[in-house]
Design a protein around this ligand. Structure first.
Ligand code: AMP
Ligand code: MG
Length: 345
């Protein structure tokens, strides 16, 4: 398949190109597009054949449900049942934005989109290109992240092209992605909402709007034996090709251990905070951003993992970060990328 690549930025929306992308979706094709979280791989959420194509293009297991993206809040009620007062409150506070909510699905949503579940995950992105594209596509775009299954999510169009060229009809290059980590997922199907995947909208932010928010216990505990409630969180995900180890502890001790370990291995890279760059020697140093700005670290992490792949790094050693606020999402992705390989020093 020949993939069309089209550059459309938030401050220069090209209506003709958006229309072309929308026509592709309505005809049952696939289009990768930018959102504020990561690039998405879109198809018509109400067309079971489109959802099957998404799974095939990504090589994704078909029991891992897709998120349905909308561009108008009213459209939620066409696909979801039993929208609670709590759900209304969080939507008022965080939509449009990087928050996915799970509801009981209406029959119009095919099981191919929900991985066989009776629930549907819905998100209303704030990114202008995403919003215009969704409207042009008929209003309901199923989209997982636009990477091959198991690879780090793409935050730059060049990584979408790397994984999806020849597998989709069109890629919209919307430049750099602002947040760089996938949306927070909250299950709203019971009276006590539960975070199934941490993201930019943190537990603390949600609890300013609704009383108590639980967190799926499997998210941060690397020894937890329970099964994660979001099917996608069960797979090894977000992973670079290299083996990876996270070293946790006081900065000086962490640096000493990483420097020591790097001498035992060929072709190592360290992922570290800007403030610690000077502590490392004899290996590739990936500065992921300042400890003063966790949003910056979160937005850089997938790019840095992808760069390690491009540079054929064979062993990645990473510093550990705080798990407060967006740090919870950052550490969740980092721990998964490392296949739960962590040591304390
Ligand atoms: P991605 O699209 O790659 O960001 O992955 C979507 C995530 O949403 C996966 O972890 C899915 O398991 C999760 N998800 C989607 N729909 C549901 C649902 N109905 N119930 C629970 N998790 C869901
Ligand atoms: Mg994904």
């Amino acid at each position: 398949m020949k993939t069309i690549i089209s550059v459309i930025s938030e401050d220069n929306i090209n209506d003709e190109e958006i229309k072309k992308a929308g026509e592709i979706i309505k005809a049952g094709g696939l289009v990768a597009f930018p959102t504020e979280t990561v690039y998405g791989l879109g198809g018509d959420a109400l067309n079971p054949e489109s959802s099957k194509k998404i799974y095939a293009a990504k090589g994704r297991p078909s029991d891992n449900p897709l998120i349905v993206h909308i561009a108008k809040k009213e459209d939620l009620y066409k696909i979801a049942e039993d929208v609670s007062e709590n759900a209304e409150a969080v939507m008022d506070a965080f939509w449009p934005g990087p928050l996915t909510l799970i509801f009981k699905k209406k029959s119009v949503v095919p099981y191919e989109t929900t991985g066989g579940l009776d629930t549907v995950a819905v998100r209303f992105p704030v990114h202008k290109v995403a919003a215009e594209f969704i409207k042009a596509s008929g209003g309901f775009v199923a989209a997982p992240s636009a990477n091959l299954s198991g690879r780090p999510s793409p935050t730059l169009a060049k990584y979408v092209i790397q994984d999806m060229d020849g597998r989709v009809d069109m890629i919209i290059d919307g430049g750099n992605i602002p947040i760089g980590l996938e949306s927070t997922i909250v299950d709203m199907t019971s009276d006590s909402p539960m975070i199934l995947r941490p993201g930019f909208v943190s537990k603390e932010m949600l609890e300013e709007v609704i009383n108590q928010v639980n967190v799926d216990p499997t998210i941060l505990d690397s020894n937890c034996k329970e099964r994660p409630k979001a099917p996608g969180m069960r797979y090894r995900h977000y992973a670079p090709k290299a083996d990876m180890l996270i070293v946790r502890g006081e900065a000086g001790k962490v640096a000493a251990e990483i420097n020591r370990l790097s001498k035992e291995k060929e072709n190592c890279a360290v992922i570290c905070a800007k403030e610690h760059v000077h502590m490392y020697e004899g290996m590739t140093v990936k500065n992921v951003g300042s400890l003063e700005d966790y949003d910056e670290i979160a937005s850089n992490i997938y790019r840095v993992l992808r760069e390690c792949d491009d540079e054929n790094v064979s062993y990645i050693l990473s510093e550990s970060f705080s798990d407060k606020g967006i740090g919870a999402a950052l550490m969740n992705r980092l721990i998964k990328a490392a296949g739960h390989n962590i040591i304390d020093v």
